[in-house]
Write a protein that binds this ligand. Structure first.
Ligand SMILES: CC(C)(COP(=O)(O)OP(=O)(O)OC[C@H]1O[C@@H](n2cnc3c(N)ncnc32)[C@H](O)[C@@H]1OP(=O)(O)O)[C@@H](O)C(=O)NCCC(=O)NCCS
Length: 189
């Protein structure tokens, strides 16, 4: 795609990644926990090398799209639960957690989870998301993984179509009708 370039994300991108996350997803646990905890989530993820991903940059070198995967979502959850600041953020919302994030604690079939996917509004419908997914899948293969998974809100029609088009197959659905999450898995061998 003209004008856009792609590169691997690093810990230095965490501030931009956190704001992109909060801008793109107005629902879910991290959104409810506020910006400080979203930052912490990605800081811990990238510093521990559990998170990796690809970014799309415009001519001014600004990140306008990202795709991020974890090597092991369960290890990342464990690390977060050992972080007192993050746990304090969860405690403050404990009464609402199931409502905010009905999939919390659900058993994922695959440890490698695609966790954030976003393209800036101004750059949508230009196949940037499909490009990011292709680059992301190359990275997943390079790391030696044969499959990866993701979950998304059932009401997010665009994302669901995109994932299905890219070959992700639904494995199950979790949560009440108004806030249901769909789990997908893709084999990449
Ligand atoms: C989902 C998202 C990343 C798609 O980004 P994008 O760069 O506009 O997507 P692309 O241009 O690569 O679209 C590729 C395919 O996705 C589907 N798609 C994208 N936008 C669509 C739309 N508005 N309506 C229907 N299908 C759409 C189509 O299958 C499209 O291919 P086609 O036009 O040949 O049918 C973007 O809409 C976004 O950032 N949304 C907010 C964050 C989010 O919901 N992330 C996913 C959940 S974690």
């Amino acid at each position: 795609m003209t004008g856009l370039s792609y590169r691997e994300l690093t810990t230095a991108d965490v501030p931009q990644i956190s704001s992109l996350h909060l801008m793109s997803l107005q629902e879910g646990l991290l959104h409810a926990l506020e910006d400080k905890y979203t930052y912490l989530f990605y800081e811990i993820g990238f510093k521990s090398k559990n998170c990796f991903g690809v970014g799309a940059l415009n001519e001014k070198n600004e990140l306008i799209g990202v795709a991020i995967t974890t090597k092991n979502i369960r290890d990342l959850h464990k690390k977060l639960l050992l972080n007192p600041s993050f746990v304090w953020g969860l405690v403050k919302k404990i009464n609402k957690i199931w409502k905010l994030y009905p999939a919390w604690g659900s058993k994922m079939e695959v440890k490698q989870e695609f966790i954030l996917f976003f393209v800036n509004q101004r750059y949508r419908n230009l196949y940037c998301a499909l490009e990011l997914m292709k680059f992301m899948e190359e990275k997943v293969k390079e790391k030696g993984f044969s499959e990866y998974s993701l979950e998304v809100n059932e009401n997010n029609k665009v994302a669901n179509l995109l994932y299905q088009r890219f070959g992700f197959k639904e494995t199950n659905r979790v949560g009440p009708k108004e806030n249901r999450r769909i789990f997908y898995k893709k084999n990449i061998l």
